[in-house]
Design a protein. Structure first.
Length: 746
């Protein structure tokens, strides 16, 4: 990897001859790396350069290399390569605070943490950017760092419960990572009382003379345990908005949404083409619709997307708020929309029997779901019917479609694959069954090309008018969901290819892509070794397509087996997170070389950016500013992660609240997580998850085997393994800490 560079260096002018002493080896290694500071040397190259052609000399060099890496002169790359450590003793990075006190710093440009003791932390908070120095390393001790300066605070607001005493007030945070109290002067309480949920801004950070943080209340969210207060607290915990600015709502309310003659003249008219929306039963923001009509022996499918960018002009007060939010947030009992309600639920929403402006991907497909041609155009539609997923699913099954088989019912098609409409049951059955047939063929082709088959189940709650959970259950994707998914994927891919694959001789214009990197190689290797014990094989070498197909075969092989959830969980950990970027590297999980987000502009800001750029390019405009759009992609990716964290936190809260009504009851469960501090168990009946603390396992002393995802008893060798079935009793539920504890039952 550094060979061509070394030809230009002194290292290649004349091969080095090594003498037998350690000092000679140290000197030659020092010269080799300092003369080639940008080069990574593999061991075999080092041996060749220094003429280490005997086993004792090679062993001596390995020992010296390890010492140089220990002293931070060299940096080890993998198992058999080294390069000069250019980081120096003073570096910058991100501080990571841990509940167990094992704080660390992740230096810029690497993912390898360095330990920081509390006395050397300068009281940095989790996520702070810091400048630090590497401390002198002691033999047989791990590397340590010392924080020299806090460059940027990760956040300056915290959420918690107020405690107001006679002479002092402070905030009790839900974040156990904060080791100091947040003191609040009585004059800065903003009327807050004990047990109020509050949002507090830090006005004074710890220093050499004052170890506590000092803050002021900026908002009272409500009483501890009250549903609105708790949901707002979750949003505020992640820095997400829980109120919509009045001036933005007022600006949105001025938009009528009426389709004008000018609109009709500029768009393709699909108002007379059969069109429907299919969404969750409680949805109000319908941002996509499907149309279908026959054209000779082909089918014209329209994927119609709400034309948000027509109403939300770039740089407007509405646009700035949407850009800042970047995404809608979906908590258990509510949606915090990206756009004002008047836009997302009325003006832009593709409501039935209303004329609506859309940006559409029109696809001409044959009976094998092959796209013969396509166009991306502005349209006007009028949806004939609003369906819930459950309604479409029922209609499909009434007509013989067996859910989950991946095949339309054989009773619906004759040998020439033509539909017999006279025997169909339900309104618009012919159109929906045709869409289902095409979607299943698209899906089969996608998996054949290497798309990954990860199909999980999601925990949901039915809540009453006060937000109290009445029922916990889990949902899985059924044929009706998959029908919509396939056409949305196809539209997104088509749009990405239209920009990302320009005509020969032309450069691709800027576009936000949805990218997904290849899996972590090391984690894939660990998965491959792990599944061997169950008799499975996983191919980790070769192209990304070969890896994907091998993963799919593994998922098929474990389906229905006891180890299914275990293997699926470990495989998911090897996957990287999808994100937005103008630098396209393809989407591994979908096996698409080009993919973007075009189909949900009501709830995702990147989709709105894509709509605007497509319109600009359609009108002959120049390419968008790459740096600007990359910054927006990074912001959208960050906000997406925060929204996902808030959603998980709301599920966790409702889970604890729901299971608090079942203290002392027994359930069948399976082990869903193994940590050094205990065992996470997920109840089979409702997917609620709780912890069995390791201290409660009093029959033995257990060691944590991280590589094999298990706890092993020292004396009796009893093993608790990820995925194992287990019988538990609900022991306790702490709503304030959002903790659910189980006890293992015989």
């Amino acid at each position: 990897m550094g060979r061509s560079k070394r030809r230009e260096s002194k290292a290649d002018e004349k091969p080095r001859r090594c003498k037998s002493g350690k000092a000679d080896v140290e000197r030659l290694l020092h010269d080799l790396f300092t003369e080639n500071p940008q080069t990574t040397f593999k061991l075999k190259v080092i041996f060749r350069e220094l003429r280490l052609n005997t086993h004792p000399l090679k062993m001596l060099a390995l020992s010296v290399l390890d010492e140089m890496a220990w002293d931070d002169f060299l940096k080890k790359e993998g198992d058999n390569a080294y390069r000069l450590n250019m980081g120096g003793q003073v570096q910058e990075g991100r501080f990571v605070r841990k509940l167990n006190g094992k704080n660390s710093i992740v230096p810029d440009g690497t993912d390898k943490p360095i330990f920081v003791s509390e006395r050397n932390s300068l009281w940095a908070q989790n996520g702070d950017r810091v400048r630090f120095s590497l401390m002198a390393r002691r033999r047989n001790h791990i590397r340590e760092a010392q924080v020299l300066e806090i460059l940027q605070r990760a956040k300056d607001t915290f959420v918690g419960r107020l405690r107001v005493d006679s002479d002092i007030a402070f905030l009790v945070t839900q974040d156990n990572l904060i080791v100091q109290d947040i003191l609040i002067p009585k004059s800065k309480l903003k009327g807050g009382k004990s047990d109020d949920k509050a949002l507090v801004r830090i006005t004074q950070w710890p220093d050499a003379s004052h170890r506590n943080m000092v803050g002021e209340v900026i908002d009272i969210l409500g009483q501890q345990g009250e549903n609105n207060a708790e949901m707002h607290a979750i949003l505020a915990q992640y820095g997400l908005p829980y109120r919509y600015p009045k001036e933005v709502e007022e600006a949105a309310n001025k938009i009528s949404g009426k389709v004008t003659e000018k609109d009709l003249a500029e768009r393709e008219d699909f108002r007379d083409v059969w069109t429907c929306t299919i969404d969750p039963h409680d949805a109000k923001d319908f941002d996509d619709a499907l149309s279908i009509r026959k054209k000779d022996k082909l089918f014209e499918i329209g994927v119609h997307i709400a034309d948000v960018s027509h109403y939300v002009t770039e740089g407007s007060i509405i646009d700035k708020e949407a850009q800042k939010r970047a995404t809608s947030v979906y908590l258990v009992d509510r949606t915090i929309p990206m756009l004002p309600e008047h836009l997302c639920n009325f003006v832009c929403s593709l409501r039935p029997d209303e004329e609506k402006l859309c940006y559409s991907v029109i696809l001409l497909m044959d009976e094998d779901a092959q796209v013969r041609s396509h166009r991306i155009v502005h349209t006007v539609i009028k949806s004939n019917r609003r369906y819930a997923y459950e309604e479409v699913q029922e209609l499909l099954e009434q007509n013989g479609v067996v859910d989950g088989t991946g095949e339309p019912s054989p009773n619906l098609f004759d040998n020439s694959k033509k539909l017999h409409p006279h025997d169909l049951k339900g309104e618009n059955a012919e159109q929906l069954l045709l869409l289902d047939m095409l979607a299943k063929k698209l899906r089969a082709e996608r998996f054949k090309n290497g798309s990954i088959k990860f199909e999980g189940e999601e925990l949901h709650f039915d809540v009453d008018e006060k937000g109290r959970p009445l029922r916990a259950y889990f949902k899985r994707q059924r044929d009706a969901n998959k029908l919509i998914e396939e056409f949305m994927l196809l539209a997104n891919r088509t749009v990405a290819e239209s920009i990302g694959k320009p005509q020969r001789g032309k450069k691709a214009k800027t576009l936000p892509y949805r990218i997904h990197e290849n899996p972590d190689v090391q984690k894939l290797e660990q998965l491959s070794e792990f599944v061997k014990r169950f008799g499975y094989r996983l191919k980790t070498a070769g192209t990304s397509g070969q890896t994907a197909r091998s993963l799919n075969k593994l998922m098929d092989d474990v389906e229905g087996k006891r180890e299914q959830k275990l293997v699926q969980a470990i495989a998911l950990r090897a996957m990287m997170k999808a994100k937005y970027s103008v630098h396209n590297i393809g989407h591994f999980g979908l096996a698409f070389p080009y993919y973007t987000h075009f189909t949900s502009p009501i709830r995702r800001y990147p989709d709105t950016m894509v709509h605007r750029l497509l319109t600009r390019y359609e009108q002959g405009g120049k390419s968008g500013n790459e740096r600007y759009y990359e910054e927006q992609c990074e912001h959208s990716s960050d906000m997406e992660q925060l929204a996902a964290s808030a959603e998980r936190e709301s599920i966790k809260y409702k889970m604890v609240e729901y299971m608090a009504e079942h203290i002392g009851e027994d359930f069948d469960a399976h082990i869903s997580g193994i940590r050094s501090f205990g065992i996470y168990c997920e109840i089979d009946e409702n997917h609620c998850e709780g912890l069995v603390p390791i201290g409660d396992l009093d029959d033995d002393y257990y060691d944590f085997d991280e590589q094999n995802y298990c706890l092993v008893g020292r004396r009796r060798r009893h093993v608790y393994q990820l995925g194992d079935p287990i019988h538990i009793r609900v022991a306790s539920a702490n709503l304030e800490k959002r903790q659910l504890n189980f006890a293992i039952m015989p």
